[in-house]
Ligand binder design. Sequence first.
Ligand SMILES: [Mg+2]
Length: 199
Amino acid sequence: MPAEDLTPSPDSIQLTPNENSPKALFLDRDGTLIVDKGNLGDPEEVELIPGTAEALIMALQAGYRLFILTNQGGVGLGLFSRDEVEACHRKMFELLELPEGLFTAICAATESPVEPFTEQSYRKPSPRFIKDMIKECNLDPKQCFMIGDRQTDWEAARNAGIQGVAVLTGAEITDEQEAWLANNAVPQYRQLYQFCRTL
Ligand SMILES: [Mg+2]
Protein backbone atom coordinates (compact mmCIF):
# COMPACT_ATOMS: atom_id res chain seq x y z
CA MET A 1 0.00 0.00 0.00
CA PRO A 2 1.54 3.37 -0.90
CA ALA A 3 2.26 5.74 1.97
CA GLU A 4 -0.29 8.49 2.29
CA ASP A 5 0.98 11.84 1.06
CA LEU A 6 0.47 14.24 3.94
CA THR A 7 1.79 17.29 2.12
CA PRO A 8 -1.11 19.74 1.96
CA SER A 9 -2.01 20.48 -1.62
CA PRO A 10 -2.98 24.07 -2.49
CA ASP A 11 -6.57 22.81 -2.82
CA SER A 12 -6.73 21.70 0.78
CA ILE A 13 -5.29 24.90 2.27
CA GLN A 14 -7.61 27.68 3.22
CA LEU A 15 -6.26 30.56 1.18
CA THR A 16 -7.87 33.93 1.26
CA PRO A 17 -6.04 37.17 0.63
CA ASN A 18 -6.34 39.50 3.60
CA GLU A 19 -7.71 42.62 1.93
CA ASN A 20 -7.21 44.69 5.09
CA SER A 21 -3.55 43.85 5.54
CA PRO A 22 -1.00 46.70 5.23
CA LYS A 23 1.69 44.19 4.17
CA ALA A 24 2.37 43.41 0.52
CA LEU A 25 4.73 41.74 -1.93
CA PHE A 26 5.20 43.33 -5.34
CA LEU A 27 6.50 40.56 -7.58
CA ASP A 28 8.32 40.72 -10.85
CA ARG A 29 7.12 37.97 -13.21
CA ASP A 30 9.87 36.86 -15.63
CA GLY A 31 12.91 35.50 -13.79
CA THR A 32 11.08 35.63 -10.44
CA LEU A 33 7.82 33.63 -10.78
CA ILE A 34 8.39 32.04 -14.19
CA VAL A 35 11.47 31.37 -16.31
CA ASP A 36 12.58 34.46 -18.25
CA LYS A 37 12.27 33.58 -21.94
CA GLY A 38 12.68 37.08 -23.30
CA ASN A 39 9.64 38.40 -25.12
CA LEU A 40 6.95 35.95 -24.04
CA GLY A 41 3.70 35.97 -26.00
CA ASP A 42 3.01 32.22 -26.26
CA PRO A 43 1.31 30.61 -23.23
CA GLU A 44 2.85 27.25 -24.17
CA GLU A 45 6.26 28.73 -23.34
CA VAL A 46 5.31 29.54 -19.73
CA GLU A 47 7.47 27.56 -17.31
CA LEU A 48 7.30 27.94 -13.54
CA ILE A 49 10.39 28.47 -11.44
CA PRO A 50 10.32 25.59 -8.91
CA GLY A 51 8.92 26.55 -5.52
CA THR A 52 6.86 29.50 -6.77
CA ALA A 53 3.45 28.14 -5.66
CA GLU A 54 4.79 27.18 -2.22
CA ALA A 55 6.39 30.63 -1.85
CA LEU A 56 3.16 32.45 -2.71
CA ILE A 57 1.16 30.29 -0.28
CA MET A 58 3.68 31.04 2.48
CA ALA A 59 3.40 34.78 1.82
CA LEU A 60 -0.40 34.66 1.86
CA GLN A 61 -0.38 32.71 5.10
CA ALA A 62 1.94 35.34 6.60
CA GLY A 63 -0.71 37.96 5.76
CA TYR A 64 0.89 39.55 2.69
CA ARG A 65 -1.20 40.82 -0.18
CA LEU A 66 0.20 39.91 -3.58
CA PHE A 67 0.77 42.12 -6.61
CA ILE A 68 2.55 41.48 -9.91
CA LEU A 69 4.46 44.26 -11.64
CA THR A 70 5.91 43.11 -14.95
CA ASN A 71 7.51 45.06 -17.78
CA GLN A 72 6.04 43.82 -21.07
CA GLY A 73 7.65 46.23 -23.49
CA GLY A 74 7.12 43.67 -26.29
CA VAL A 75 3.52 44.93 -26.47
CA GLY A 76 4.67 48.51 -27.07
CA LEU A 77 7.15 47.24 -29.66
CA GLY A 78 4.36 45.37 -31.47
CA LEU A 79 5.90 41.92 -30.88
CA PHE A 80 2.80 40.52 -29.14
CA SER A 81 -0.52 41.76 -27.82
CA ARG A 82 -1.90 42.56 -24.40
CA ASP A 83 -4.30 39.63 -24.88
CA GLU A 84 -1.32 37.32 -25.32
CA VAL A 85 0.24 38.70 -22.11
CA GLU A 86 -3.02 37.91 -20.31
CA ALA A 87 -3.12 34.42 -21.84
CA CYS A 88 0.39 33.85 -20.42
CA HIS A 89 -0.88 34.98 -16.99
CA ARG A 90 -3.77 32.52 -17.18
CA LYS A 91 -1.36 29.73 -18.11
CA MET A 92 0.88 30.68 -15.18
CA PHE A 93 -2.05 30.44 -12.72
CA GLU A 94 -3.09 27.11 -14.23
CA LEU A 95 0.44 25.73 -13.71
CA LEU A 96 0.57 27.19 -10.18
CA GLU A 97 -2.79 25.55 -9.43
CA LEU A 98 -3.75 28.80 -7.71
CA PRO A 99 -6.60 31.16 -8.52
CA GLU A 100 -5.71 34.51 -10.03
CA GLY A 101 -7.93 36.07 -7.34
CA LEU A 102 -5.17 35.51 -4.78
CA PHE A 103 -3.51 38.54 -6.36
CA THR A 104 -4.91 41.92 -5.46
CA ALA A 105 -3.77 43.44 -8.76
CA ILE A 106 -1.55 42.68 -11.73
CA CYS A 107 0.16 45.44 -13.68
CA ALA A 108 1.68 44.66 -17.06
CA ALA A 109 3.58 47.79 -18.09
CA THR A 110 3.31 47.66 -21.86
CA GLU A 111 5.18 50.85 -22.76
CA SER A 112 7.91 50.28 -25.33
CA PRO A 113 11.41 50.35 -23.83
CA VAL A 114 12.45 52.83 -26.52
CA GLU A 115 9.79 55.39 -25.58
CA PRO A 116 10.97 58.14 -23.27
CA PHE A 117 9.78 57.94 -19.68
CA THR A 118 6.94 60.22 -18.68
CA GLU A 119 5.11 60.79 -15.39
CA GLN A 120 2.44 58.43 -16.75
CA SER A 121 4.82 55.49 -17.28
CA TYR A 122 4.25 52.27 -15.37
CA ARG A 123 7.36 50.65 -16.78
CA LYS A 124 9.91 49.79 -14.08
CA PRO A 125 11.91 51.52 -12.64
CA SER A 126 8.83 53.76 -12.44
CA PRO A 127 7.35 53.60 -8.93
CA ARG A 128 3.91 54.59 -10.21
CA PHE A 129 2.07 51.28 -9.78
CA ILE A 130 3.59 50.61 -6.34
CA LYS A 131 2.79 54.13 -5.15
CA ASP A 132 -0.76 53.92 -6.53
CA MET A 133 -1.38 50.61 -4.75
CA ILE A 134 0.10 51.85 -1.45
CA LYS A 135 -2.41 54.69 -1.52
CA GLU A 136 -5.41 52.80 -2.90
CA CYS A 137 -4.99 49.71 -0.69
CA ASN A 138 -3.78 51.48 2.49
CA LEU A 139 -0.46 49.64 2.49
CA ASP A 140 2.38 50.44 4.88
CA PRO A 141 5.51 51.11 2.76
CA LYS A 142 7.64 49.80 5.64
CA GLN A 143 5.94 46.41 5.28
CA CYS A 144 6.13 46.21 1.48
CA PHE A 145 8.75 44.51 -0.70
CA MET A 146 9.46 44.54 -4.43
CA ILE A 147 11.14 41.29 -5.45
CA GLY A 148 12.85 40.80 -8.79
CA ASP A 149 15.89 39.68 -10.71
CA ARG A 150 16.85 42.94 -12.41
CA GLN A 151 18.12 46.34 -11.38
CA THR A 152 14.94 47.97 -12.73
CA ASP A 153 13.00 45.99 -10.07
CA TRP A 154 15.27 47.13 -7.24
CA GLU A 155 15.24 50.71 -8.53
CA ALA A 156 11.42 50.68 -8.72
CA ALA A 157 11.43 49.62 -5.05
CA ARG A 158 13.83 52.41 -4.10
CA ASN A 159 11.88 54.98 -6.13
CA ALA A 160 8.66 53.93 -4.36
CA GLY A 161 10.26 53.99 -0.91
CA ILE A 162 9.91 50.27 -0.21
CA GLN A 163 12.45 47.49 0.38
CA GLY A 164 13.87 45.81 -2.72
CA VAL A 165 14.84 42.14 -2.78
CA ALA A 166 17.00 40.41 -5.39
CA VAL A 167 16.45 36.83 -6.53
CA LEU A 168 19.01 34.82 -8.47
CA THR A 169 16.56 32.91 -10.69
CA GLY A 170 16.73 35.24 -13.68
CA ALA A 171 19.24 37.61 -15.19
CA GLU A 172 22.86 37.19 -14.17
CA ILE A 173 23.99 39.74 -11.61
CA THR A 174 27.09 41.63 -12.72
CA ASP A 175 29.87 42.82 -10.40
CA GLU A 176 28.62 46.36 -10.86
CA GLN A 177 25.12 45.30 -9.77
CA GLU A 178 26.57 43.41 -6.79
CA ALA A 179 28.07 46.71 -5.66
CA TRP A 180 24.77 48.53 -6.29
CA LEU A 181 22.88 45.95 -4.20
CA ALA A 182 25.36 46.30 -1.35
CA ASN A 183 25.26 50.12 -1.46
CA ASN A 184 21.47 50.14 -1.44
CA ALA A 185 21.04 47.45 1.24
CA VAL A 186 19.11 45.13 -1.10
CA PRO A 187 19.43 41.52 0.09
CA GLN A 188 19.88 38.61 -2.32
CA TYR A 189 18.05 35.29 -2.13
CA ARG A 190 18.63 32.20 -4.25
CA GLN A 191 14.96 32.16 -5.21
CA LEU A 192 11.60 33.57 -4.13
CA TYR A 193 10.94 30.58 -1.90
CA GLN A 194 13.99 31.33 0.28
CA PHE A 195 12.86 34.91 0.75
CA CYS A 196 9.26 33.98 1.60
CA ARG A 197 10.50 31.63 4.32
CA THR A 198 11.74 34.71 6.18
CA LEU A 199 8.34 36.42 6.29
MG1 LIG B 1 12.51 39.84 -14.28
